[in-house]
Design a protein around this ligand. Structure first.
Ligand SMILES: [Zn+2]
Length: 51
């Protein structure tokens, strides 16, 4: 059971560094390789830049 569809994951990019994201299902987060994290709530990622 993934957080979001693979199609959506493919087009999403980190809003800070434009890297592709990976799912962290344990934390319901999308992680960028540079440490930026985006929360996923009910299948909808919050893509506001993390503080
Ligand atoms: Zn990033």
């Amino acid at each position: 059971m993934s957080l979001i569809s693979s199609e959506l994951l493919e087009i999403l990019r980190c809003t800070v560094c434009k890297e592709s994201l990976t799912e962290n299902e344990a934390d319901s987060m999308l992680d960028c390789p540079n440490g930026h994290r985006y929360e996923v709530s009910d299948g909808i990622p919050n893509m506001l830049p993390p503080e």
